[in-house]
Write a protein that binds this ligand. Structure first.
Ligand SMILES: [Zn+2]
Length: 341
């Protein structure tokens, strides 16, 4: 067994126990002593002395770098987006400031290429998607992990739960997974303009994910799955939602993974209330992860003080474990279930 695998397994097991016994992540965090500020710095690459063993002594070489999801960093992103920047209506200065923040976080996490893709809105304004790719050991396959960063600002909502929470988790996963081993390539994307435009009705939304889903073949690798992280900081029950316009293969994999770790989760069929809809309609197995129910949804009271760091930690660690568990067999299952149209 490789050292990396051993470490992965050790973390996996400690998390399994942690979930069952009330979140061991606090222990992991207290051992790392990371502050929010320090966490923005890209992780230093190990020097050759650290990773290679000397033939002249019996020193045990240090393990390769391995990162765990830091809830303090995800919470800081949520605070920056919802409290410092605030309302992020699609196509406005607020949304552009959020895009700038997101780009900066991804650059400092060590990504050399951060893509910013503008797209037009029906009201004449412009929004943008921001994304990075963490190349996998088998880049023939790609999984998209997305969260929308606009908020319903024209209704006064600073969007802490909807959806700075999802963006905070996505950004922290992007930092961790750039370093940790994983089989499929992972695209981490912040979608612009998910919410309904002011003055428009139902169906005039999800612009960022629709734009990316209509350019799937340009992303590199075959896209075999998409996970939307949307509203994960408030509520009591974790749900995996899908419209079932595409295969439920990814939903089934995720649910059994979560239950295997002792995390209660239920499936719900939804009419397409988040960015997964855009990808399911293109034939990609997709799901939307969310906690229900948020009483402050789409109101000015959707603020940082309502966000539970326990929920953020749970979903972040669960997603990290899941992404690292995607092996050849699971990716093959997803590949067979994908019918891109
Ligand atoms: Zn949302």
């Amino acid at each position: 067994m490789s050292k990396t695998l051993k470490i992965t397994l050790a973390l996996f097991l400690s998390l399994s126990v942690g979930f069952a016994s009330g979140f061991l992540y606090r222990d992991i965090l207290s051992r790392t002593n990371l502050t929010a500020e320090e966490g923005y710095a890209p992780n230093e690459e190990p020097s050759s002395a650290e990773v290679s063993s000397s033939s002249e002594d019996n020193q045990i070489p240090l393990p390769p770098p391995y990162q765990t999801f830091q809830v303090s960093l995800a919470m800081e992103h949520i605070r920056q987006l919802s409290s410092v920047i605030g309302k992020r209506t699609a196509g406005t200065e607020g949304e552009r400031r959020a895009a700038g923040y997101i780009k900066n976080v991804l650059l400092t996490a060590g990504y050399s290429q951060v893509m910013e893709v503008p797209f037009p809105l029906e009201n004449g304004l412009t929004s943008q998607n921001i994304y990075v790719k963490a190349e996998g050991s088998n880049p023939q396959w790609t999984i998209i992990i997305g969260a929308h960063y606009d908020s319903l600002g024209w209704k006064g909502s600073p969007g802490a739960n909807d959806n700075a929470s999802g963006v905070g988790v996505m950004l922290e996963l992007a930092r961790v997974m750039r370093i940790n081993p994983h089989l499929p390539s992972l695209i981490f994307v912040a979608f612009g303009s998910e919410e309904i435009l002011q003055g428009y009705g139902k169906g005039h939304d999800h612009y960022g994910s629709l734009f990316m889903a209509s350019h799937l073949r340009e992303l590199g690798g075959k896209v075999i799955g998409m996970i939307s992280i949307d509203m994960v900081g408030v509520g009591s029950s974790l749900c995996a939602n899908a419209t079932l316009a595409a295969s439920d293969a990814l939903t089934n994999l995720f649910i059994s993974h979560a239950r295997g770790l002792g995390v209660p989760i239920q499936f719900r069929q939804d009419p397409g209330w988040s960015d997964h809809e855009s990808f399911e309609n293109r034939g990609v197995p997709s799901l939307w992860l969310t906690y229900r129910i948020d009483p402050y949804y789409h109101t000015p009271n959707d603020s940082i003080d309502k966000i539970s760091s326990n929920l953020i930690a749970q979903i972040g660690q669960l997603l990290q474990c899941f992404l690292e568990s995607l092996d050849q067999a699971k990716c093959q299952t997803l590949d067979s279930a994908t019918r891109i149209r």
